[in-house]
Design a protein around this ligand. Sequence first.
Ligand code: IPE
Ligand code: IPE
Ligand code: MG
Length: 244
Amino acid sequence: MTANSKATPRTENLEKNVPRHVAIIMDGNGRWAISRGLDVSEGHHAGYENIRRVVSDFANRGVEYLTLYAFSTENWDRPKSEVTGILDLAIAVIAREAQELHESGVRIKHLGRVDRLSPELRDELEQAVEMTAGNTGLTLGIAFDYGGRAEIVQAVRRIVEETVSADEVDEQKFAGFLYTSDMPDVDLLIRTGGDFRISNFLLWQTAYSEFYSSETWWPDFFGEHIDEAFEAFNERKRRFGKRV
Ligand code: IPE
Ligand code: IPE
Ligand code: MG
């Protein structure tokens, strides 16, 4: 996996209207597998291989923040064998890719709960996050055991624990307690697999994101599919509620 260690200059990105923060609901692994007569686990495997392929695609297009929805707080309710398979894949892929991502200047972040992860996955994630913390290239957010509602609830808990006074709490202060505290809001939210729903992803951070739904299942979403998403983004008029 290769990604530019130098971020594209911000002014150049603004001219080309490159979304600064892209978030992806990587959906459709199961249907990809079933349509080929394969086991769902093969779909997750192909999905993880696609992550490997696309990270550099986004970095090379000048995206500064890429957040991937890998496992939701609700996905624990799937069959145990499927859940275990996903955890094992995540461990293997992080272990295999972290060093190369580090060398290409990628900064890895984890978004989500850590207390329910297996110790192996927690260790791999922690090591990858620590190793890449000082990097200045693409920020890669891995949303694993992530739920938008859970994120908001943990923020409220921490605010209460830290006895922040009510009049100190405003939108900026609140955002500082989210997993994304050092990331900008999402510009472009992509969902693969054809559905038009948010499925508990980044509820706060997508308040004014442009939404793009692709029929393509996640394992096949690369190359020209990314170009199509960017073209669609370029045609959108973002108004943020204003009369423009
Ligand atoms: C997305 O693919 C991956 C996870 C939710 C972990 P799915 O497994 O949901 O694929 P479909 O929606 O069943 O096709
Ligand atoms: C969303 O996909 C979660 C991830 C991609 C990790 P799901 O397949 O879990 O979402 P629903 O069930 O279709 O809403
Ligand atoms: Mg799904």
